[in-house]
Design a protein around this ligand. Sequence first.
Ligand code: ADP
Ligand code: MG
Length: 239
Amino acid sequence: MNIVNEAKKIIEKAYSEGRRHLWEDEAKYLCSLYGIPVAKSKVAKSEDEALKIANEIGYPIVMKIVSPDILHKSDVGGVVVGVKNDEELVKSYRQILENVRKRVPKARIIGILIQEYAPQGLEVIVGAIKDAFFGHTVMFGLGGVFVEVLKDVTFRVTPVSREEAEEMIKEIKAYQILRGVRGIKPRDINALVDIITKVSKLLEYHPEIVEMDLNPIMLYEEGKGAKVIDARILLEPKS
Ligand code: ADP
Ligand code: MG
């Protein structure tokens, strides 16, 4: 299988359906083609399909609304984490649809994503934007308040080498936390460097990506890797 061609197919499929964004499972598949570790997931279009996928992946699982009209899924009751069995799955399936229909009545609903549960790690973010002049810039920071409130983030123009990725990680103010502080064990920096450089490579091969957001990535203890649990990719308008 040729990775670049396989990835291009996903992008072409989105364009052919008149979409500029990839569905979450497509974005994750694209990442996985470049060796980025992602939480297994698949979109279900019915309760029966959801049950089948959940049993393939194995409980506990996570369920998320899939809709082009919803950017922040948990804000509208569109995410349930840690579903333990078939019974809970059916309940959560109905609950998510009810929440979304109530809060965003006009939202087009594509289905519900059934996803492997990722144990809690330190949540980090790797993102990218494309500038008409500079090309792609990769962003890195810790998740949650670190990015949203403290704006503790760092940027590099692609291509980002391993050395540059290491610099990025060291230059955020929260670097101390990654190295380990009271109660928090040192994190797998190497896995993070891998993700940053692989994102950079992916962007080089797919210049039509204008925005990318891996948020969050669970970063585990040294030697235990990382896992992308939410991925958003936006394409430039079709020329
Ligand atoms: P959104 O950002 O659109 O609200 P996310 O997919 O990021 O939705 O999920 C919201 C939060 O739920 C995440 O920040 C994470 O804390 C938790 N979560 C999501 N998916 C998983 C998963 N597969 N395993 C464990 N926790 C998850
Ligand atoms: Mg998210």
